[in-house]
Design a protein. Structure first.
Length: 81
């Protein structure tokens, strides 16, 4: 099994997260999902990436860059960079 291309931080109630997961799956982009409601360290990471806000979906890429509530086009562009 290959390593995920991106880590997606979510909550159980986030409609934007559901939509982005559907797009990632349809594009064949492997991702790891972390629910910030059940992982306090992940919630802290999301806050640091978003100026103190727990905004989801937040995606963290292997190079350490982050995108908050991105479009699938933004994700693909970041992965290609």
């Amino acid at each position: 099994m290959s390593s995920p291309q991106v880590t997606m931080y979510t909550t159980s109630w986030c409609g934007y997260c559901v939509r982005l997961k559907r797009h990632l799956n349809s594009e064949g982009i492997d991702f790891a999902e972390v629910n910030i409601e059940t992982d306090s360290a992940a919630a802290d990471l999301v806050e640091r990436a978003n100026g103190g806000n727990q905004t989801v979906p937040t995606l963290i890429f292997p190079d350490g860059t982050a995108l908050t509530n991105p479009t699938i086009e933004q994700v693909k562009s970041q992965l290609a960079a």
